[in-house]
Design a protein around this ligand. Structure first.
Ligand code: ADP
Ligand code: GLC
Length: 496
């Protein structure tokens, strides 16, 4: 796609980003990182992005001095307020609706782990507010674009489409097609959408109501978070039933790669590391490796250390990894795992750690600091995903000289160059790819990574090449700007 930065004097583009998570306020995965990083990356390109986020208890607790923008007598069964707040440089609009968001438990599920039964209402209301803001609910604010993320904001394009005409354009970004937000047809009457929206052109999806489906159907443009995933989701294997719809909109689908925040993820200044380092001082990682081993109870030896920082789920292929851990140890390697998720998968890794004390360690849970330590100390980051829309941990790994070992799928395929002979001889290799993913190919990839690690000069080259990779937001931010301009009918200049 052609890209451009705005001309001097041209008015800034006003964009409202609508998402259920935003770092550093509330995060369960990469969605939050992306939503938190985009406004800063776009600001440099003359785009003002405000972020609309639900006022979960965790969010309200972190906003100081909110200004009330709007009082609403009733939002899906209770009073609500829109609050204006700035946190970590982010310009937020928070939907403060205690009956929907002020709860114990996680943002999507009750303390027992079951999805909140009224999630349809929590995110339906959220999306309706976004649509109303597009139609002037907040005095003096009129975004040109509303950029909705994932199923929780999936109804936003539907609220814009099925209502009084508006010039506001909508972008629907898919971070993960596996989560679609499907609810029984009976809820339709509560959504305050016109009857016409209850059709295949709107929210109707196989007799039910599909939030992500509605977004994909009604948005002016669809983006997903890597070019390869943008192609994959048009196939039955990855399309999760939505491939037909996506194929009917091919010319509106864009794959725009995620980046990472290069300041938040900088091994040269990272305070979570025992020993910060740069490309020229990459050997200093040894001190971080020692620290990681101590934290995970692993032996100090010349073994390569693989790390995992992940949701421990089927998507991430961690069950397959769990089945090859005896082989990993048999090849002389070590593994440290940070994460939580599927109980059975967590237990399988914990059992392997029990069988191989000093060789495999697991810390269950979510730990931001420790995730930095692993990236700064492990030799390789292991990401054997079954599918991966983009993936951020391999980008962090590249930047930290923690060589990514990844499945050749989605964003992993787009960002990691396999150390095959050709790539090695050209000096282009940055990691190891597994394809297709199964226990044998994963074992083979581990064997290859270990052999590369044993050749110090080659490994150092792969590490340094990765550290030089462009994993920031600049290029992709330009692509978003070009898309916004195209939707607004502004001239878009050439130059990728
Ligand atoms: P996904 O969003 O599918 O979980 P991504 O790779 O896009 O995967 O993003 C995951 C983000 O969450 C990264 O920032 C990663 O560092 C972080 N993360 C995942 N698991 C943990 C954990 N257990 N502790 C700390 N950070 C984690
Ligand atoms: C989703 C995907 C992940 C992607 C992230 C941010 O959680 O699983 O691949 O990096 O969203 O876009």
């Amino acid at each position: 796609m052609p890209t451009k930065t705005s001309k001097p004097g041209e008015a800034a583009i006003e964009v409202l980003s609508v998402a259920s998570e935003v770092y550093p306020l509330i995060k369960t995965g990469g969605l939050a990182d992306v939503v938190g990083a985009l406004p800063g990356a776009l600001r440099r390109l003359n785009v003002n992005m405000r972020v609309l986020v639900p006022g979960y208890r965790q969010v309200i607790a972190k906003i100081a001095k909110p200004v009330v923008l709007k009082e609403m007598a009733s939002l899906f069964g209770g009073p609500a307020r829109l609050l204006d707040a700035t946190v970590s440089g982010l310009d937020l609009i928070v939907v403060d609706a205690p009956h929907l968001y002020d709860r114990d438990g996680s943002i999507y599920a009750s303390p027992s782990g079951a999805d909140w039964t009224d999630n349809w209402k929590r995110f339906g209301a959220f999306s309706q507010v976004a649509g109303q803001i597009g139609r002037g609910l907040i005095d003096g604010y009129s975004p040109a674009i509303i950029h909705a993320h994932d199923w929780q904001a999936g109804l936003v394009p539907a609220y814009l489409r099925f209502g009084p005409p508006t010039k506001v354009k909508s972008v629907m970004t898919v971070h993960n097609l596996a989560f679609q937000g499907q609810f029984p047809r009976e809820i339709f009457g509560e959504l305050q959408l016109p009857a016409a929206a209850n059709s295949v052109d709107g929210v109707e999806y196989y007799g039910a109501v599909g939030y992500l489906k509605a977004g994909l159907q009604c948005a002016d443009a669809i983006t997903t978070v890597s070019p390869t995933y943008a192609s994959e989701i048009r196939t039955p294997e990855f399309g999760m039933g939505l491939e037909g719809l996506l194929n009917s909109r091919t010319s509106d689908v864009y794959g725009i790669l995620n980046g990472i925040d290069l300041e938040a993820w900088d091994p040269g200044t990272d305070t979570a590391l025992v020993e910060p380092y740069r490309i020229s001082t990459v050997r200093r990682r040894a001190a971080n490796k020692r620290a990681v081993r101590e934290r995970f109870g692993l032996e100090h030896s010349d073994a390569p250390l693989f790390g995992v920082v992940s949701r421990l789920t089927w998507q991430k292929g961690i069950d397959i990894l769990a089945n090859v851990l005896d082989r990993l140890v048999g090849m002389g390697a070590q593994l440290c795992v940070l994460g939580s998720g599927d109980g059975g998968i967590e237990d399988a890794i914990a059992n392997a750690a029990g069988r191989h004390p000093g060789r495999i360690g697991i810390v269950r849970g979510y730990d931001e600091q420790l995730s930095h330590m692993i990236q700064g100390g492990a030799d390789a980051i292991l990401i054997p995903s079954r599918f991966e829309p983009c993936g951020l941990t391999q980008l962090i790994g590249l930047r930290y000289g923690c060589v990514p070992v990844v499945t050749r799928t989605g964003g992993l395929a787009d960002t990691v160059v396999d150390a095959n002979e050709a790539a090695l001889s050209m000096g282009a290799a940055t990691g190891v790819q597994i394809s297709p993913l199964n226990e044998n190919t994963l074992t083979e990839a581990l064997r290859r990574a270990i052999a590369l690690y044993r050749d110090e000069a080659v490994w150092a080259h792969i590490q340094r090449r990765g550290m030089k990779s462009d994993v920031g937001w600049d290029q992709s931010a330009r692509k978003y700007v070009a898309l916004y301009e195209k939707l607004m009918g502004r001239a878009v200049s050439n130059g990728d």
